[in-house]
Write a protein that binds this ligand. Structure first.
Ligand SMILES: Nc1ncnc2c1ncn2[C@@H]1O[C@H](COP(=O)(O)OP(=O)(O)OP(=O)(O)O)[C@@H](O)[C@H]1O
Ligand SMILES: [Mg+2]
Length: 415
């Protein structure tokens, strides 16, 4: 018999195909995919006895029916046309008691191994620890350390930092909370830095010890059939142990690349479907804040992109941000005649990222150190040291990447 996971994958393929056709106004083909999706959903509903999921299936069925109705109206068809198959009603099993303690017991079929810190890292036979970045979180980085990006900080504050009353009101009016943020921008602009600061701010705001798990997506990839998908499932299952947690996935394009573009790679389809299931579909974790980061959002799959909100651009730093960084890190070392704002302007014109700027500052400090070694009376950075460092450290920004990003922004920009 076909497994539920396989049915779910097939369902998502049909549903996504229907969405894709709808976006191209190809209603007839969309209806065929909606019908197929409806049948698969019926089968999944009959096989899955989890009462919470069965409620979700009903909601998804309603969405399918709405889409189906849209197609009928667009094609001017009679209302007698058959709608997607409805899942047969079945008696609902009693709801399992919620476990409020953090971390929760591992759920589902996860065969878990208890570790000293009370967290289970062995999920479905996979050691999730191997994927987690060792310096999972720099606990000291806060929004005040992120120079500039005030609008972006305000956006996430408005979306995520909610009082209990605000949360309750959102629920009352049926407004879903955002739980999938996409950070995109050129290399070294500060996506990881921003994600860390955000998770620390969230922890401070809520007063809860919200764990932050950081994963570089290339680590999840495997050449063995089905292994990438299983790694992703294990990772998301792992997060279900916590009442609340943040999962940060860096280099998200490594696993979330467009299924259309990756037509030569059949695993791209199942990998994206697995991600969709974990993020907004059947097995999603409502306690999870998911943050994805990428340098090339234009390579991401459309279905993933449409679920990410807010999509936040982490831009190249402007002159003021660069000045702030120079001032903060070099201010007390520079000679009185050095004009740091002129240096910042030059860096902005040369398209320096924050990382390029940090590299330049390190190089300048190295020059000072060398000069001080020769003559211990030299304790200041002078213009010659800066000019010399500028000859060695260049911007890492590539023109074609910048152009591709501009095009993406024109289509998808939210901030
Ligand atoms: N807004 C900022 N204010 C101050 N420093 C920053 C800011 N953004 C980034 N930095 C500095 O630049 C460094 C590089 O940033 P980070 O590693 O977050 O970039 P990234 O966008 O994640 O890069 P990549 O695309 O290569 O993963 C950080 O370690 C931090 O020191
Ligand atoms: Mg990064």
């Amino acid at each position: 018999m076909e497994s539920i996971n396989s049915l779910k994958n097939r369902f998502l393929t049909e549903k996504n195909e229907a969405e894709y056709r709808l976006s191209g106004k190809n209603y007839e083909v969309a209806m065929k995919h909606l019908e197929a999706a409806g049948k698969l959903l019926g089968e999944i509903y009959r096989r899955d006895i989890n009462p919470q999921r069965r409620e979700e299936y009903k909601q998804i069925r309603n969405q399918l029916e709405e889409r189906f109705q849209e197609c009928k109206e667009a094609l001017g068809l009679a209302p007698s046309r058959p709608a997607p198959a409805r899942p047969a009603p079945r008696p609902v099993a009693p709801k399992p008691a919620a476990n409020a303690a953090a971390p929760k017991q591992a759920q589902g079929k996860a065969k878990a191994q208890e570790e000293d810190d009370g967290v289970n890292y062995m999920i479905n036979g996979i050691d999730v620890k191997q994927f987690l970045a060792s310096e999972s979180r720099d606990k000291n980085v806060m929004f005040e350390d992120v120079i500039g990006m005030e609008r972006e900080k305000a956006t996430v504050r408005g979306e995520l930092f909610l009082t209990e009353e605000e949360k309750a009101y959102k629920q009352e009016i049926g407004l879903k909370s955002k739980n999938f943020i996409l950070l995109y921008g050129l290399p070294g602009t500060g996506k990881t830095f921003f994600a860390m600061a955000l998770s620390n701010e969230l922890r401070q705001f809520s007063g809860e010890d919200i764990p932050f798990f950081s994963v570089v997506c290339t680590q999840l990839k495997s050449s063995h059939v089905g292994a990438t998908e299983n790694n992703i499932i294990a990772l998301f299952e792992f997060t279900k142990q916590f009442d609340r947690c943040v999962l940060f996935m860096d280099e998200f394009d490594a696993i979330g690349q467009s299924r259309q573009k990756a037509s030569g790679d059949p695993t791209a389809v199942t990998t994206v479907n697995t991600l969709l299931t974990q993020l907004g579909g059947f097995d999603s974790n409502p306690n999870l804040l998911f943050i994805a980061a990428t340098n090339c959002p234009y390579n991401l799959d459309g279905a993933l992109l449409s679920r990410a909100s807010p999509k936040i651009e982490v831009p190249l730093p402007g002159g003021e941000v660069l000045y702030g960084t120079l001032q903060r890190k070099l201010g007390n070392l520079v000679a009185p005649d050095v004009d740091l704002s002129a240096v910042a302007k030059k860096l902005e014109q040369s398209k320096f990222s924050n990382r390029d700027c940090s590299n330049l500052i390190d190089e300048i400090k190295r020059k000072l150190f060398e000069a001080h070694r020769v003559d211990d009376m030299i304790n200041n950075v002078d213009s010659a040291m800066i000019a010399s460092a500028l000859r060695e450290v260049k911007s890492s920004v590539k023109r074609d990447e910048q152009i591709a990003l501009e095009e993406f922004k024109a289509q998808f920009a939210e901030n």
